[in-house]
Design a protein around this ligand. Structure first.
Ligand SMILES: Cc1ncc(C[n+]2csc(CCOP(=O)(O)OP(=O)(O)O)c2C)c(N)n1
Length: 329
């Protein structure tokens, strides 16, 4: 990692137990939300397709816990976790998956294209690397008005032209951007090493972005890296890069069983399940923490989702709007 801009901190501010429990609960919410979307998809209730975030929860939760109101975030098609971590209303997000009028985009965006500007979510982008372009543009605007723009993207996106063009542009213009590569080892069906030359970190370092590779399943590691990077960007230190090493527990999308994985690989990563690590981390770090508090968070999320499913399935569909009338002409 290269030097810190003046005034930047090295570590995230310590969390009170209540705050740590809230972040754990957010990670459980993201996991159970994805289980629910998959279930409803299999029942034919979710139109289109889905790309689930299960296994990567610590990345979005950790980064979002550092951001402030004026910051902007561009997520990917694997973006339900990006949205929830920013505080997008879970019911409105589920209703969006179900194509209901009560959805966060009125039921017209679906899984891959969610926008919620009220919570800083500029969009979730279906084009691989699209989030990089969007966040770089936002960073150009935020350079005047204050704030940091965050782009999430997978390791596959670092083989796209946008990646190199945008990081170069952001460096030349000293933009307040944070590029978060969620390296989950696979593209659509392709192991990273089959299509990627050299190291991803080196790609950012060669453009002289402060860059760090971290354990993306460790909530505290993500928070520390994000805190330092965001502080540097806020202090005028220009664009920053984090490679978060993580793993998706599910296939690329809908019915992909992930048969291309190496034998034993999934089980090994499940041992390092970010929910498990966060539970253990809380019990280890806080003398007053009790397992019952974590179990209560699990049960609370379970109840919340049961209510959300019932409400979502009862919600109305949107009435045909101008777009539908236009088509009919
Ligand atoms: C420009 C473009 N090319 C191809 C696709 C099809 N596609 C969708 S996701 C994906 C894999 C991307 O992998 P990665 O960037 O590692 O992200 P992950 O899905 O692992 O989160 C591909 C090739 C696309 N959506 N956009």
């Amino acid at each position: 990692m290269t030097g810190l801009a003046e005034g930047a901190t090295r570590q995230a501010p310590p969390l009170e137990l209540e705050q740590a429990l809230a972040l754990y609960r957010m990670m459980v919410l993201i996991r159970r939300f994805e289980d629910t979307v998959q279930l409803l998809f299999q029942r034919g209730e979710v139109p289109g397709t889905t790309h689930l975030y299960s296994g990567q929860e610590a990345v979005a939760t950790g980064v979002a816990s550092i951001l402030e109101r004026q910051d902007r975030v561009a997520g990917t098609y694997r973006g339900h976790g990006h949205a929830l971590s920013l505080g997008v209303e879970p019911q409105a997000l589920l209703d969006e998956m179900l194509g209901r009028a009560t959805g966060v985009c009125g039921g017209r965006a679906g899984s891959m294209n969610v926008i919620d500007l009220a919570h800083g979510l500029m969009g979730c982008y279906g084009i691989v690397g699209g989030s990089i372009g969007a966040a770089t543009g936002a960073a150009l605007a935020l350079k005047r008005s204050g704030g940091v723009a965050v782009a999430y993207f997978g390791e596959g996106a670092t083989n796209q032209g946008y990646f190199h063009e945008c990081l170069n542009f952001a460096k030349v213009h000293n933009l307040p951007a944070l590029y978060v590569c969620e390296n989950n080892l696979y593209g659509e069906f392709t192991p990273m090493e089959d299509v990627t030359a050299g190291s991803i970190l080196a790609r950012a370092q060669t453009l002289e972005l402060p860059a760090q590779s971290i354990d993306g399943n460790d909530l505290w590691a993500v928070r520390d890296a994000a805190a330092a990077a965001v502080a540097r960007a806020r202090a005028g230190g220009g664009p920053q890069f984090i490679e978060a090493l993580t793993y998706r527990f599910v296939g690329h999308s809908r019915s992909d069983p992930g048969a291309y994985r190496k034998p034993g690989e999934l089980d090994a990563w499940r041992e390092r399940d970010p929910l498990k690590l966060t539970r253990a981390g809380i019990l280890e770090r806080y003398d007053e923490a009790e397992e019952a508090q974590l179990d209560a968070a699990d049960a609370d999320v379970e109840r919340q989702l049961e209510q959300m499913i019932a409400a979502g399935l009862a919600a109305p569909y949107p009435t045909p709007g101008p777009a539908a009338e236009f088509k009919a002409q």
